[in-house]
Design a protein around this ligand. Structure first.
Ligand SMILES: C[S@@+](CC[C@H](N)C(=O)[O-])C[C@H]1O[C@@H](n2cnc3c(N)ncnc32)[C@H](O)[C@@H]1O
Length: 209
């Protein structure tokens, strides 16, 4: 189990994760309008939040883990002091152009219908939810028995959970899209092509309808 500080160090040391994070942040920053607000949902230690704030976006963070919040307060001390980053006790506490959820936050949910209903009150009309989720088709996981045992379930129902990885669920994009309707429309899934099987993470972009 990581403390917030350990998680932070491991994340920043991983070149693969840093590349994925850069791509995610670039998509978010390209979509955000000038001064558009963002809620980093499941913000962890605030790595993304600090970047959004540095680009002039009013940034809110929601993070349920105390250990993560403790290190977020250290990593983003200046931004919090200057109110460029504001920690909220519930996502409902803000109104923004975009909600981001980077690095598998949504894999902690067994079902997303309630979450998207809640986020529909947070995201302005025409705004976005951008999520990076574990890619259930990632062939790098095919070496594990749990992946092979759940393949049929994935193809049939588009979802499964692994008992040993408590509270981590895998979803096909269509299942998340169904849960997001009628509030959000799935606009983009990345990667496409071969990357659908070689990338550990997939990015899902939803637009508020
Ligand atoms: C792998 S970390 C990613 C943290 C951060 N987004 C990042 O990019 O480094 C997953 C995060 O999801 C958070 N999380 C778990 N369950 C959650 C929930 N129900 N709502 C919001 N966040 C949750 C965890 O506390 C953790 O910080």
């Amino acid at each position: 189990m990581h403390t917030g500080e350990q998680y932070h160090a491991v994340m920043l040391a991983s070149r693969r994760d840093s590349r994925v994070r850069d791509r995610f942040q670039r998509i978010a920053l390209n979509l955000l309008g000038d001064g558009g607000g963002v809620l980093d949902f499941g913000a962890g230690t605030g790595i993304d939040a600090k970047t959004y704030a540095a680009h002039g976006h009013p940034t809110f963070v929601y993070e349920p883990s105390q250990a993560m919040r403790d290190y977020l307060a250290v990593h983003c001390r200046d931004e919090i002091d200057g109110q460029r980053i504001v920690a909220v006790p519930s996502p409902i506490g803000c109104k923004v152009q975009m909600v981001t959820a980077n690095f598998a936050v949504l894999n902690h949910f067994a079902d997303h219908a309630g979450l998207f209903e809640e986020l529909s009150c947070v995201v302005q009309p025409g705004g976005f939810v951008l999520a990076s989720m574990l890619n259930p088709y990632y062939l790098g996981d095919a070496r594990y028995g749990w992946w092979r045992r759940n393949l049929f379930k994935l193809l049939r129902s588009g979802r499964y959970a692994i008992p040993s990885e408590s509270r981590i669920h895998r979803f096909a994009p269509r299942v998340v899209a169904r849960a997001a309707a009628p509030y959000f429309r799935l606009e983009r899934v990345q990667p496409r092509g071969l990357g659908r099987f070689t990338d550990l993470y997939m990015f899902l972009l939803f637009r508020r309808t």
